[in-house]
Write a protein that binds this ligand. Structure first.
Ligand code: C2E
Ligand code: MG
Ligand code: MG
Ligand code: MG
Length: 270
């Protein structure tokens, strides 16, 4: 869109913008309906402990089972959700779904992480509302990891207060996609974090670039030095795995081990 604008074709830009915002409105309405109809569901991707190579937890990842378009990935609708403010409802929806899942699998007692939009943290009522869901379902908060991605809002004073409140309620706070986007090392000091997930972009080139490997190694060392848990995301090949294994990370989450799968399949691994 920005390119069109630069070319000076204001008309094209306007039409495209209107088309996009119409598209976004439709998407948004459909999403609201989908939440009510519970067309959105959680898949689970196992995380693997490096030392034991055992499954040590799961990340819940949302999917939209659209009646016409089929399975829609979160990347196709989360940005719109966040722009519209629907993230607050979506995050509570995800909390409820994970509680239902954990309730129907009482023998599964590993930690589970959910993704929460950093935008939701700006709202004063969010922590109360989220915590209430887990109380209602009697799910212990200390096995729930809250993954937040760093974005422009996460370093706001309100968000830091919210994260501390979540921590006080027992949730484990995870910084997701660390190093991607507009990250700053100072987050590591300012936010009450227990776990850092290093973005998969840092893994992608470690087999072809020694510099990329050194960068990953350095990040891992910083996180370890801060006494936080390290998770490396996006390990896809055995060559990458061998290199990551040489680093002393705590957990690996990547296609080399497991892709996200249906809850029953994921928990059946145990
Ligand atoms: P994320 O939280 O960083 O989740 C990890 C994403 O990386 C997942 O994509 C997962 O399938 C993918 N992944 C895991 N291992 C590998 C690998 O080895 N290679 C590659 N190429 N990809 C891998 P997914 O499920 O499409 O989710 C994308 C993003 O959407 C998530 O990134 C998260 O930011 C967001 N998201 C997903 N579920 C939710 C949710 O319930 N709520 C919110 N607010 N955001 C969500
Ligand atoms: Mg995540
Ligand atoms: Mg993310
Ligand atoms: Mg991530």
């Amino acid at each position: 869109v920005a390119k069109e604008q630069k070319r000076g074709s204001g008309e094209v830009f306007r039409e495209q913008f209107e088309h996009e915002s119409r598209h976004r409105m439709t998407l948004l309405n459909n999403l609201r309906i989908a939440l009510e109809k519970k067309e959105l569901f959680l898949m689970m991707q196992p995380k693997v402990a490096l030392k034991s190579s055992m499954v040590c937890g799961f990340e819940a990842l949302i999917r939209w089972n659209h009646p016409v378009h089929g399975l829609i990935p979160p990347t196709a609708f989360i940005p719109t959700v966040e722009k519209s403010g629907l993230n607050y409802d979506l995050d509570l929806y995800v909390a409820e779904r994970i509680c239902e899942i954990l309730q129907s699998w009482p023998q599964m007692n590993l930690p589970v992480s959910i993704n929460i939009s950093a935008n939701s943290l700006v709202h004063e009522s969010f922590v109360h509302d989220l915590h209430q869901v887990f109380q209602q379902y009697r799910i212990a908060t200390n096995r729930i990891q809250i993954e937040v991605t760093e974005n422009a809002l996460i370093h706001s004073d309100q968000s830091i207060v919210r994260l501390r409140e979540l921590r006080e309620h027992g949730f484990v706070i995870v910084l997701d996609d660390f190093g991607a986007g507009f990250s700053s090392l100072s987050y590591l000091l300012r936010l009450p974090l227990q776990v850092i997930k290093i973005d998969r972009a840092f893994v992608a080139e470690i087999t072809s670039s020694n510099q990329a490997y050194e960068l990953l190694k350095g990040i891992v060392q910083i996180v370890q030095g801060l006494q936080m848990e390290t998770v490396v995301e996006g390990v896809e090949t055995s060559e990458q795995l061998a290199l990551v294994r040489a680093l002393d990370v705590d957990q690996i989450q990547g296609f080399i081990y497991y892709k996200p799968s249906l809850v029953d399949e994921a928990f059946a691994l145990l």
